[in-house]
Ligand binder design. Structure first.
Ligand code: GTP
Ligand code: MG
Length: 508
């Protein structure tokens, strides 16, 4: 990317913000066509968000001729899919396709029969795939597989996903095609959301391959695919908020960060280009947990907030939000009509508060949303039911004080919002702005090598363990599982992230 002189950059940023204040990202009353929002939900979180969307679907969800809703919930075991079935029954069959897939944990012999053939599958998927003579399955051959329905390690979830996508009846290949065909049958702008729990072994283990297959293979990168990851909180089980988050965040960082992603593509090819063409939203839960200490209640509330953003005003709120994020995220050199290639600040944080009783914009909201002192947004938009509401004005002012954005926060009236609540998106967050990244790194560093392996997913089938140093290429990341030369052109130091103490000393 060409260098921009500092002064010019400040001016360009100012012009960008002025345009936002004038509402460059607004769809406007004139555009009455709704936006069709479709969802793939992974693991329990993904299934629950789909069920909530259907339950809360506003009046008029299917009123427009071109409107359509497509949902696919995938989990290992059917323990968390019942709510989707129950909710789906009420939708009109000619306008909605809602499907669920409950995968089984196969026997070890069956799983390894598939894993031993993985090179064939990858070669058929992508002719540039390097047929590595040293290939071996990435999980150990003596592994004890857990019962269907229990928590799965990411590396195992990836294997089970791979079996269902590539082998036998190719169930997931078929389901993703059915999903894509239904999306393509919508005659208006579509946005596809892929929802999962960042801490879930099943969801975060499957999402990396599923997003590649859906976005890059089935849609040929033509569709807007938005990732939505629910962040863990201190009320979660240890397996949902521990070491696995370090590979999860780094795998997403090597998709979302344009330079890192290029470093993966350079070795492994174009199919590994960032599948989240619409960006990535992180949804924190800690502020709710601090207020209620009730995990089931906060899940319900988070599901409602996500469902609201995705369904409100026939998708117009989500569409405008993506336009805003694309606009602030675009590098100053880029023409505004081009699709943004993000740098390190590829994540956006979705926040919500109550304006009356409940979760308020408190003094420690920054910390509760998991954001470190390093984060400073350019622009914040607060959406609420009534723009003139004094409490909304106060909440916006408090957000301005807490985050010091370049421009004062704006309030946007959104008709479909629940009374007494407000939502906002904090744009352009890097992985090192997230406290979670450092907590996960500390937990990861206490683990043995075999455990670290099980916490990875993306690129394991290519022989690459992303968060460890490359064997043959000094200073680079991606340890080769087979002792040869599989790697990524991403500096290992970047994967590790800064030392907080050195960072603090440098800032003084
Ligand atoms: N918003 C929301 N978050 C959830 C829900 N269920 C679980 N979570 C959060 O998601 C994380 C765990 O992810 P799950 O979706 O339960 O896990 P999974 O993908 O099914 O994977 P396993 O761990 O293998 O079961 C934790 O941080 C939970 O707090 C839900 O219904 N709604
Ligand atoms: Mg689960």
């Amino acid at each position: 990317m060409p260098e921009v002189p500092e002064v010019a950059e400040v001016q360009i940023n100012k012009r960008k913000l002025d345009a936002l204040k004038r509402g460059i990202h607004r769809i406007g009353e004139a555009q009455t066509t709704p936006c069709a929002v479709h969802v793939v939900g992974l693991g329990k979180t993904g299934a629950d968000v789909i069920a909530q969307m259907i339950k809360d679907a506003p009046e008029g969800f299917f009123a427009h001729d071109g409107s359509r809703f497509t949902a696919l919930a995938i989990d290992i075991g059917d323990q968390d899919l019942g709510a989707v079935h129950a909710a789906a029954a009420k939708l009109p069959a000619d306008k909605a396709s809602v499907r669920t897939v409950a995968l089984d944990v196969p026997t070890r012999d069956d799983l390894f029969a598939t894993l031993r053939r993985f090179r064939e599958f990858l070669k058929l998927e992508y002719p540039r795939y390097y047929w590595n003579p040293n290939y071996e399955p990435w999980i150990p051959s003596n592994i004890e597989l857990p019962a269907t329905g229990s928590h799965l390690r990411r590396a195992v979830a990836k294997a089970i996903y791979g079996k269902a996508y590539y082998d036998g009846a190719r169930t997931l290949d078929r389901e993703l095609q059915i999903f894509a065909d239904s999306v393509n049958a919508s005659t208006c702008q579509s946005i596809i959301c892929v929802v999962f729990g960042l801490g879930g072994g099943t969801g975060s283990g499957m999402v990396v391959d599923l997003a590649r297959h859906l976005s890059n293979v089935k849609f040929g990168r033509r569709a807007l695919v938005l990732g939505i990851g629910v962040a863990p909180c201190t009320g979660d089980a240890p397996e949902h908020r521990g070491a696995s988050l370090f590979p999860v965040i780094n795998e997403l960082d090597c998709m979302g960060d344009g330079d890192n992603n290029q470093g993966v593509i350079t070795v492994w090819g174009d199919l590994y280009r960032n599948p989240f063409t619409g960006g990535f939203l992180v949804v924190p839960q800690q502020h709710l947990f601090d207020a209620t200490k009730d995990l089931a209640a906060i899940h319900a509330r988070v599901d409602e907030e996500i469902a609201s953003l995705l369904t409100r005003n026939n998708g117009a709120d989500l569409w405008e939000t993506l336009r805003l994020l694309n606009w602030v995220g675009a590098p100053p050199t880029q023409h505004s009509a081009a699709r943004t290639q993000y740098g390190p600040k590829w994540a956006h944080v979705l926040g919500f508060v109550d304006l009356d009783k409940g979760v308020a914009v408190g003094d420690n909201l920054r910390g509760q949303l998991g954001l470190r002192h390093t984060y400073k947004p350019e622009f914040i938009e607060l959406r609420t039911g009534s723009a003139g509401d004094k409490k909304a004005v106060a909440a916006a002012a408090k957000l301005g004080k807490l985050f010091s954005p370049l421009a004062d926060p704006e309030i946007v009236e959104s008709k479909g919002m629940r009374p007494g609540t407000a939502q906002f998106v904090l744009p352009c967050v890097s992985k090192t702005d997230l406290r979670l990244f450092f907590e996960a790194r500390d937990a990861y560093d206490t683990k043995e090598w075999d455990e670290k392996l099980m916490d990875h997913s993306w690129l394991l089938d290519l022989g690459v363990m992303l968060c460890e140093p490359a064997i043959r290429f000094d200073g680079m990341a991606g340890e080769c599982l087979w002792g040869c030369a599989c790697w990524v052109v991403v500096p290992y130091q970047g994967i590790r992230g800064p030392d907080e103490k050195i960072e603090a000393a440098a800032a003084e």
